[in-house]
Design a protein around this ligand. Structure first.
Ligand SMILES: NC(=O)C1=CN([C@@H]2O[C@H](COP(=O)(O)OP(=O)(O)OC[C@H]3O[C@@H](n4cnc5c(N)ncnc54)[C@H](O)[C@@H]3O)[C@@H](O)[C@H]2O)[C@H](O)CC1
Ligand SMILES: [K+]
Length: 516
């Protein structure tokens, strides 16, 4: 499923009208009808229920006017509030405002504090509130009367349905600009928007329902839109089948270089995640001084003691051994818990330059490349980089606030600039390819915000490459599975999950996609 930015959604609207003769009024009728359906569903039927609908003067408000009409037709008692004056409403919204008024509906204009008090009083008696104030036409900040009404909606303690986008949320980045509506549900039209998947927009949106309002499928699938949602349907198609005649060779071979004093857990998590995600054979290369520890920690994973500079720290002397492991592997993952010793940094750069098998580079593997990303441009291997925002800032020199303000743009620019697949972790993980195509993940939750979950993701992606997925597909499927395992492992508990809890949840996540 494509994801549309606000400008792309507006372009679809224009093309629907110009190329298909699809009138905006028809789209608005469908949009408002879908909103009314969601409200009725939430209320267990609309008859005799009290609904307050807050409308802006644009087409988002127009959807609200249509929803009001449909809800009234279902027997609801509807109060419509208009932010501003009726004379400021135009186009399709005005047409629907006119219909409402001709039907005898009361549309209360909000302009100033006294009107806001009236709105606050109405919400006290309402069963449900509808936010039809601003949608994809939002610009600047929410302020003044609009901010006051948003605060009234949020303070009412009633279920809120947002129309298209929660007011105050940037449709493209998910940032709150001023103040934003906190909705229990969002009914969005045609396609999801990035701001409904990135935080805090996703939290403000509540459950998101993408509804069909009659837009031509060809417009919704337009290749000109370069971001896609990672869905179960997509991942199910990407995952390798588990044939009855499978043997450990068919699962492929994963090699990892990981661990350093105090950070052997990262090596254990990443290598066991590769096992749990279906790899056939997994070998972890680790400084010789830590090998005995890894042998105790791990059973299914083979260990390879590497020459060390000082106890537990690998350096250039290990490069030859690592190259030999990589030669017999289908993929090399490097970085979890590797440490930042100068010798290790040199070794990582040399390995990345010379290795030929697909690479997954995480954590200290990425830190080693900071300021020296030419290794990525020199290598013939296709690398999947799995930074969190801080690691991406170090790697690219782009300030962290700039990355957080536009996750999609930051991941895309890094992928294009580094010639690598960039997995920018965090709520709404972005998978960006060097050609500009990108995916936004739709699984996971706050429980994943604990140490070690990134190590697990590294192992999962490596395992999928070992099983024959392209690095492009392994990154998308791996991120989705990792998030799904987080949901399964956490259940309703969003705190206290340990990264190791993900390990047994990985096969369950895979099975759930195969209907197991
Ligand atoms: N194809 C579709 O997806 C359809 C979407 N529909 C709805 O149309 C809106 C977009 O409508 P538009 O008129 O372009 O913009 P908005 O209604 O979101 O708001 C613009 C309106 O608000 C004013 N405004 C903008 N920023 C601010 C601000 N910071 N403070 C105060 N006021 C602001 C601006 O001046 C305009 O007047 C989309 O979201 C859907 O809900 C169609 O109804 C059906 C097809
Ligand atoms: K809205």
């Amino acid at each position: 499923m494509k994801i549309a930015t606000a400008p792309e959604m507006r372009r679809i609207d224009e093309r629907a009208a110009n190329e298909y003769g699809l009138a905006g009024l028809a789209l608005m009728e469908n949009a408002g009808g879908e909103v009314a359906r969601k409200v009725a569903d939430i209320l267990g039927g609309a008859a005799d229920k009290k609904v307050c609908i807050f409308c802006g003067k644009g087409n988002n408000g127009g959807d609200g006017f249509v929803a009001a009409r449909h809800l009234a037709a279902r027997g609801a008692k509807v109060k419509v509030f208009l932010l501003g004056v009726k004379t400021a409403v135009g186009g399709d919204a005005l047409a629907n405002l006119g219909i409402l008024l001709k039907m005898g509906a009361e549309v209360i204009e909000i302009a100033g504090e006294r009107d806001c008090d009236k709105a606050a009083l109405a919400t006290a008696f309402a069963d449900c509130l509808v936010d039809a104030l601003l949608g994809t036409g939002f610009s600047g900040e929410v302020s003044g009367d609009l901010a006051a009404v948003v605060k009234i909606i949020n303070a009412a303690g009633k279920p809120v349905v947002a129309v298209d986008i929660p007011t105050g949320i940037d449709a493209d980045t998910g940032r709150v600009r001023g103040v934003a509506v906190s909705a229990a549900h969002t009914v969005t039209f045609g396609l999801p928007k990035p701001g409904l998947l990135f935080q805090p927009g996703a939290a403000h949106a509540g459950t998101v329902t993408v509804v069909d309002i009659g837009l031509p499928a060809a417009l919704l699938a337009d290749a000109g839109m370069r971001q896609n949602a990672v869905t179960a349907t997509l991942v199910r198609r990407l995952l390798p089948p588990r044939r009855p005649w499978a043997h450990k060779g068919t699962g492929g071979r994963v090699a990892l270089v990981a661990g350093s004093p105090g950070l052997t857990g990262a090596a254990a998590l990443a290598s066991m995640a590769a096992v749990r995600a279906g790899a056939g054979l997994v070998t972890v290369g680790i400084a010789a001084g830590l090998n005995a520890i890894m042998e105790v920690k791990l059973t299914e994973v083979m260990t390879k003691p590497l020459p060390e500079e000082t106890c537990g720290i690998i350096g250039p002397a290990a490069v030859e051994e690592i190259a030999a492991i990589a030669e017999t592997a289908d993929v090399l993952a490097i970085g979890p818990g590797l440490g930042r010793a100068a010798e290790t940094v040199d070794a990582v750069r040399e390995i990345v330059r010379n290795v030929r098998c697909p690479l997954v580079i995480d954590a200290d593997g990425l830190n080693a490349l900071a300021g020296h990303t030419e290794s990525l441009l020199e290598t013939e291997a296709l690398a999947v980089l799995t930074p969190h925002p801080g690691e991406l800032a170090r790697l690219t020199g782009r300030p962290l606030p700039v990355i957080n303000a536009d996750r999609l743009g930051a991941a895309r620019d890094a992928a294009t600039g580094l010639g690598a697949i960039v997995v920018l972790k965090g709520p709404g993980t972005v998978i960006a390819y060097p050609d500009g195509e990108a995916f936004i993940n739709t699984t996971g939750n706050a429980a994943l915000a604990t140490g070690g979950t990134g190590d697990v993701l590294t192992g999962v992606i490596a395992a999928l490459v070992a099983q024959g997925l392209t690095s492009h597909d392994a990154a998308v499927a791996g991120v989705y599975l990792h998030g799904l395992a987080g949901e399964l492992a956490a259940g309703a508990r969003l705190a206290g999950m340990a990264a190791g809890d993900l390990l047994p949840a990985l096969p369950a996540a895979i099975a759930s996609l195969h209907g197991g």
